[in-house]
Design a protein around this ligand. Sequence first.
Ligand code: VGL
Ligand code: ZN
Length: 204
Amino acid sequence: MNALIIIDVQNDFLPGGALAVPRGDEIIPLLNRLQGHFELVVATQDWHPKNHSSFASAHRGKKPLETIELDGCEQVLWPEHCVQGSRGAQLAEALDCRRVQAIIRKGTDPDIDSYSAFYDNLHRRTTGLGGFLKDHGVDCVVITGLAGEYCVRYTALDARQLGFQTVLLTDATRPISSQDFEYAVGNLRNYGVLVTESAKFLKN
Ligand code: VGL
Ligand code: ZN
């Protein structure tokens, strides 16, 4: 069974948001159409406490997009975004959520970031998504949403490593940097992720 995974289509990642992904809003009508072609739809929300360690503001003298080492892991510092309960953390109003069966919240631990919907960046804790999908008989996950070279990329990588057939739909995501996204796509292909377009699923 196929599952559609919609990553972080939240106000803060849309134009005008705190960590806007260029043209991130353009994918929403397509995400709404795609949903009807899947038996299971899951969405995620980046859901940070105030003072999350991925925020530049949590580190004296640091600015957004600088990097630091956090627990031996390179961490890009971000503007404050997707703070728990804020408007910026809400799923986009235009996203149809009627068929979304589960919403996974990630990035909730103040001390570590979580790009992937399955694990934090050091793979210390699971979000439970892998078990949820397996319990529902899912063997193929189709990944969409924002941002292409961060949360979408690492969700696809973990899905593959958990043994799911994994598909990334390039027309149903947008990156922060198209150059970084191209690199990410090459890397995902090497790991066995199928990189294709939505038309493949809109037919049936
Ligand atoms: C994301 C940066 C920081 C994402 C989340 O959803 O891709 N990117 N937090
Ligand atoms: Zn975040």
